[in-house]
Design a protein around this ligand. Structure first.
Ligand code: ATP
Ligand code: MG
Length: 250
């Protein structure tokens, strides 16, 4: 599934002391994501990364431009159909209290997938990801944060989306859990061919994971291209400042 971002803009309004302020969160952004690639969106805090991701599954609507999915405008698709193709993993695990199995079945039931087929799917992906089936009966609150985040990812995958949006999914994890999640993401891409859009402000993660990247600073596209090239010979001064830590990431 290819994605084409065309002149995408987003203006947000904030009200403080009854005074409205307009801010251009994304400004005329165009780039493409190829099928089956891991594409990183990198940039400092407040640069518009989360907003960009939220536009893809229409948690927010753009104020200008469009996103095409295999040539079709997402703005003309029904939102529930769009979200069948596009799954999302958030910064912190998005699970409810209950067992792992209950959490996994939630989305399957919404899609009217019967119990038997659901169980087959769950087992298939547990074995893909080399997670022991005994985890199914565990209560969510007995799992570590890293395990919870892996289950959140699993919950997204069993719905078999074509694209997965990930917004800094390791930000609440320690280094060893972070590594587990990063290798899981690589595996998903290699074994299942899922296109992944990975938002991060950590350059190391973009380097390890992604084929290509977009550098976003202050809502502007600064650079787009092969991740390796961006890091080895950045074309723009802003990218250099960001990579070499001169841009404050507060
Ligand atoms: N609901 C909102 N109303 C007004 N402005 C907002 C809103 N949400 C975000 N912003 C502003 O939009 C800009 C981009 O925010 P966004 O959350 O997309 O950045 P980000 O790159 O994801 O940052 P971080 O790395 O901290 O998660 C920021 O300046 C932020 O203050
Ligand atoms: Mg963000």
């Amino acid at each position: 599934m290819k994605l084409s971002f065309q002149n995408l803009s987003k203006v947000k309004f904030t009200a403080k002391n009854h005074i409205f302020k307009e801010s251009q969160v994304l400004n005329d952004i165009s780039f493409k994501i190829e099928e089956k690639e891991i594409f990183a969106v990198i940039g400092p805090s407040g640069s518009g990364k989360t907003t960009l991701l939220r536009l893809v599954n229409r948690l927010e609507e753009p104020t200008g431009g469009d996103i095409l999915l295999d040539g079709k405008s997402i703005l003309k698709m029904e939102v529930f159909k769009l979200r069948r193709k596009i799954g999302m993993v958030f910064q912190v695990p998005a699970l409810f209290l209950g067992t792992v199995e209950e959490n996994l079945f939630y989305g399957l039931t919404l899609r009217k997938i019967n119990r038997e087929d659901g169980q087959i799917r769950i087992k298939k992906y547990l074995s893909y990801l080399e997670i022991d089936e005994e985890i199914l009966s565990r209560d969510i609150n007995t799992l570590s944060l890293g395990q919870q985040q892996r289950i959140s990812i699993l919950r997204t995958i069993i719905l078999e989306p074509e694209v997965i949006l990930m917004d800094e999914p390791t930000s609440s994890l320690d280094p060893s859990n972070t590594n587990l999640i990063l290798s899981l993401i690589k595996e998903l891409n290699q074994k299942l061919g899922i296109t992944i859009i990975y938002v991060t402000h950590l350059m190391e993660q973009a380097k390890i994971l992604s084929h290509r990247s977009l550098v976003l600073i202050n809502g502007e596209k600064v650079e787009e291209g092969e991740t390796e090239k961006i890091f080895s010979s950045p074309a723009k001064q802003e990218t250099r400042d960001f990579i070499f830590g001169k841009l404050v990431n507060f």
